[in-house]
Design a protein around this ligand. Structure first.
Ligand code: ASP
Length: 452
């Protein structure tokens, strides 16, 4: 990995943080040092790791709303014409749905062949309370915010996307008179990207803390009981990430999948350690634009849209879980049953917010539809934390792959940047404060004050 001659790259540091986090966390878990009330449990795992990890995830979430709003408005202005915008929207929606449907169909296929849970008969003591699916009509109505400020305040991603696009279009329609507003938004976007760099500079330590805490608290003994389920699920996730998605990327865009996977490593680590596609948006957006060369006019739309509606990893989990629970409860689903599962999971993935653990809650919707006992979900609850981390890494990879495909097809990708291994690498030098720039800024502010 290149270091640009300015010290270790951030990606490498984050990877080191992740690997040491796994080792330290597992050592704490396997060494029994995480006993309730022990010093390590109270002050290290539940104290230091928890606080640093949580603060970092909060910092990432802090960036999401202003970043999505500003980059999307400037993106729409950058596209500059409505039909291109419509095409980008249509293509990304179609590709997101297609990849999710392939993901779940292959996951079900693999699970049917391996048949995890056959003969397990663990119909005991499982409890889980499900969730009603919101009617499709409500989902559609809710895309439009009645109050945009409230949408921003509660991070309603689809509502924010809708409002930002409309705002961008309106700025375009006002034209010249709105030039300063457009420039202001663009500068604001640049400032937010700088903030992403600042927050990411602490990522190696935060990723270490997040992963060490998860590993320390992991119920490893549970993994044994559910080994079949876990193994099939992880295999299906890896198959999708390394084979299916990469074939789709190559076929639809001609881009080199190896470069894609290399550059996506840090995004996957963020997805893995936060278990949230939404919290990973700032990192995905930065990587897709600065490392993969996707123009902001495409990425600003496809990335947050994907984080909200595209959940390949989650759909795979739902497929494998359905087959597993059907086996455990000896329910024969049949072809119609599986087709319903595919349809429901694709819909559920649209309705699943990119936050930790919701995929499992949405699974109850799928179960209800095909008549599987919802309390069966209780059986897999214990191992879901780790699996959520892995499937989120797959979810965010799908978002970036589709963004790259759409950008390439629209001529909105700088292929030279994509192919350059060093493009957009962040290192400490990026955060050096340029004193001359600071003084220049202070001068501007003084002049403004003097004029008033
Ligand atoms: N945690 C996943 C995500 O944010 C959603 C899920 O599967 O629970 O992408």
């Amino acid at each position: 990995m290149s270091t640009n001659g300015k010290g270790m790259s951030l990606t490498l540091k984050v990877l080191i943080g992740m690997v040491t986090g796994i080792f330290v966390g597992l050592a704490i878990n396997l060494g029994g040092m995480n006993a309730e009330g022990s010093f390590i449990n109270e002050y290290i795992v539940g104290g230091l790791f928890h606080v640093v990890g949580k603060m970092f995830v909060s910092a990432l979430k802090m960036l999401v709303v202003p970043l999505v709003l500003l980059s999307l408005i400037s993106g729409v202005c950058g596209i500059g014409n409505l039909s291109t915008l419509g095409r980008v929207g249509g293509k990304s929606f179609a590709l997101y749905m297609l990849t999710t449907a392939i993901a779940i169909a292959s996951a079900i296929g693999l699970a049917i062949i391996v048949a995890p849970g056959k003969g397990m008969n663990a119909v005991t003591a499982a409890t889980f309370t499900g969730k009603e699916a919101p009617p499709l009509t409500d989902v559609l109505i809710n895309i439009i915010p009645t109050n945009p400020v409230q949408a921003l305040a509660s991070s309603e991603m689809l509502q924010i996307i809708f409002f930002a696009i409309l705002l961008g279009i309106s700025i375009l329609m006002v034209g010249k008179k709105a030039k300063h507003l457009m420039q202001g938004v663009e500068i604001g976007n640049e400032v937010m990207m700088k903030m992403v760099h600042i927050i990411m500079s602490i990522a190696p330590y935060a990723v270490f803390c997040l992963i060490a805490q998860s590993m320390a608290e992991l119920g490893l003994d549970l993994l044994g009981h559910l080994a079949g389920y876990v193994l099939v699920l992880v295999a299906a996730l890896m198959l999708h990430l390394f084979v299916t998605l990469m074939i789709i990327l190559k076929v639809f865009s001609g881009l080199n999948p190896v470069i894609f996977l290399k550059k996506m490593r840090s995004v996957q680590v963020f997805g893995f350690s936060t278990a949230s596609s939404n919290a990973t948006i700032p990192v995905t957006l930065r990587t897709v634009t600065e490392r993969l060369g996707v123009d902001n006019s495409v990425a600003s739309f496809t990335v947050p849209f994907g984080a909200t509606i595209n959940m390949d990893g989650t759909a795979i989990m739902q497929g494998v879980a359905t087959v597993f629970i059907a086996n455990v409860y000896n329910v024969e689903l049949g072809v119609m049953g599986y087709l319903t599962v595919i349809l429901m999971s694709v819909l559920a993935s649209v309705g699943t917010a990119g936050v930790p653990g919701v995929g499992l809650i949405m699974l109850s919707m799928v179960f209800t539809q095909v008549g599987l006992p919802v309390e069966g979900i209780g059986l897999i609850l214990g191992v879901d934390r780790l699996l959520d981390m892995i499937r989120t890494a797959v979810n965010v990879s799908g978002d970036a792959a589709v963004s790259s495909i759409v950008a390439k097809s629209e001529g909105k990708m700088d292929v030279a940047v994509y192919n350059d291994p060093d493009a957009g690498l962040v290192d400490d030098a990026d955060l050096d404060i340029d004193e001359a720039l600071e003084l220049e800024m202070a001068e501007v502010i003084h002049q403004t004050h003097d004029q008033q």
